[in-house]
Design a protein around this ligand. Structure first.
Ligand code: D5M
Ligand code: FE
Ligand code: ZN
Length: 511
């Protein structure tokens, strides 16, 4: 980058306040508002733990500056692309909605960026996941009691069970799988012998930082546990009576990764989707769906393409100002029939902090949208007509696919099942997903949802795992140059339509 006097002045203003500024953050600032007054507002918005100011800090700061001009609010009456939404007052009278936000980080964040917070965060994760494992009725003991030499508590070859957070995984030079676990009392080495084929395959699925239960017998010197059973918190197998009877017939449409503002955003297909919601018939495989039964529309993140998310992104944008991207998105959402309640959660391309859990959009963005849109954080649990739906953008799917054998982008429901087995949306700490050390682990799956809805990987998947409807809703963006290089084949322009009573799901294509 060629440094101008203006650039140097900006860097200096940050330096004087005690911060370094990352080059990407500087570019975003230059593309938007780099006046000294704005920089002061950005500086005020930083928390004291920040050393290097990154793109997310600039975006958060800018969101507090950019005024929302009234002319920016879309004027529906002057919009030319659409007919007035089809309304059927008699029919609408019969619809009732029951929408609740059950859990959401927004306005609940406790994280200020101190080292001690990581200890609390991991303790919260460990305690709650071990409680879920304990519910399985196995008598687990603390790690420190395994050391016979220290306590003399474990006799001979007696079987013992422990719960631990995985602190290291390796394959030994003889091909056995070594798993080091840790609880609040200590660490311990455990091993799965390669001759135990099925167990060994299971051990290959163990991930760093997840909490597992192990049963095994100790080595003669008492320093190693030979595993003969491995347990995840998982979801119990439930029969249909435990799952309850369907008592409603409303439909929810699940979508994600719209990427408004990208030059690969599929506007024609998106407009076809909106027309379909308005009673048009331009969908394939729409079978017996009566769009008048659609009561909810859920967006699981990446509403817009954003700015400064990846290098040289500005060359792939059709709308280069992030606020204009949201204004355009808001304009599209104005065209969705009024009887559909819209719920929007952010993703890694959106204008909120990158670290998960992410809060809902700032007010500057919310104000652009029609007033009945419900904005939630990422992740969030909502209830639609009593159907508990866990919405998570799904960034950890990249990490799960990269780590576990047998996972691939073409089948995004599989890594989502792994989240349910681990009762955690992002088990690995410190890979692609950056996790903010909140006091309470918001990524933990405490209560079992009826639906798990993710996006992010731009492919579509739908399955049922032990009574949970698992849906990845794809994207409205065609293949990007990055995805072409990675040979990632998106499945764009799909909407998942779920019957909230039966959970029957249809994937509708607008391609
Ligand atoms: O991510 C869409 C998918 O593409 C997701 O699986 C990640 C992958 N992707 C996209 N851009 C990158 C970069 N720059 N590095 C690694 N992986 C990437 P989305 O969040 O919609 O961009
Ligand atoms: Fe995306
Ligand atoms: Zn994404």
């Amino acid at each position: 980058m060629n440094m101008t006097d203006h650039d140097s002045a900006i860097i200096q203003q940050f330096a004087q306040a005690g911060y370094q500024i990352d080059p990407n953050a500087l570019s975003i600032l230059l593309e938007n508002d780099s006046s000294p007054g704005s920089i002061n507002t950005i500086l005020d918005s930083l928390d004291k733990s920040v050393l290097v100011v990154g793109p997310e800090h600039i975006r958060t700061g800018l969101s507090q500056i950019v005024p929302l001009e009234s002319s920016a609010i879309p004027d529906i009456s002057s919009s030319e692309c659409f007919p007035t939404p089809v309304k059927d007052p008699d029919y609408e009278d019969e619809l009732t909605w029951d929408l609740d936000v059950i859990s959401d980080i927004t306005d609940q964040s406790t994280c200020v960026g101190e080292i001690g917070e990581f200890v609390d965060y991991f303790r919260n994760r460990f305690t709650r996941l071990s409680d879920l494992l304990r519910n399985r009725g196995v008598g687990f003991r603390p790690v420190e009691s395994l050391s016979r030499s220290k306590t003399g508590m474990v006799e001979g070859r007696e079987e013992v069970s422990v719960i631990g957070m995985v602190s290291d995984i390796r394959t030994s030079k003889n091909g056995h799988r070594m798993i080091e676990i840790e609880d609040t009392t200590g660490t311990f080495r455990t091993m799965v012998l390669k001759k135990n084929k099925d167990l060994f395959d299971q051990a290959m699925k163990v991930m760093l930082d997840e909490v597992i239960g192990l049963t095994g017998s100790l080595s003669d010197d008492g320093n190693l546990l030979f595993i003969n059973n491995l347990m995840w918190p998982d979801i119990p197998v439930r029969n249909s009576t435990e799952l309850g009877e369907p008592d409603n017939t409303g439909l929810a449409v699940l979508i994600s990764d719209i990427h408004v503002g990208s030059d690969t955003f599929l506007e024609d297909e998106w407009l076809a989707f909106i027309e379909w919601l308005n009673g048009g018939t331009n969908a394939e495989n729409n079978g017996s769906i009566d769009v008048r039964d659609i009561k909810y529309l859920v967006v699981a993140g990446d509403l817009v393409d954003g700015i400064g998310i990846y290098p040289d992104q500005d060359k792939e944008l059709s709308i280069s100002d992030v606020y204009d991207q949201y204004r355009k998105a808001a304009e599209y959402f104005e065209q969705i029939p009024g009887h559909i309640k819209v719920i929007i959660s952010p993703g890694n391309h959106d204008i909120v902090r990158q670290a998960e859990p992410q809060p809902a959009f700032p007010d500057t963005i919310k104000k652009m949208f029609r007033p009945d849109v419900v904005f939630v954080g990422n992740p969030a649990v909502i209830s639609m007509d009593g159907v508990r739906t866990l919405i998570y953008h799904g960034r950890s799917i990249d990490d799960i696919i990269a780590t576990l054998p047998g996972m691939k982008y073409e089948d995004p429901a599989k890594p989502m099942i792994e989240m349910l087995k681990r009762r955690h949306l992002s088990p690995i700490y410190g890979s692609k997903v950056s996790i903010a050390p909140e006091k309470v682990d918001h990524l933990l799956i405490d209560r079992i949802p009826d639906i798990l809805h993710c996006g992010h990987v731009h492919t579509v998947g739908c399955t049922n795992y032990r009574g949970v409807t698992v849906i990845n809703s794809g994207t409205w963006q065609s293949q990007t140059s990055f995805q072409r290089r990675m040979n990632l084949q998106p499945e764009p322009a799909r909407a998942a339509v779920v019957n909230l009573g039966t959970k029957d799901t249809k994937i509708i294509s607008f391609l």
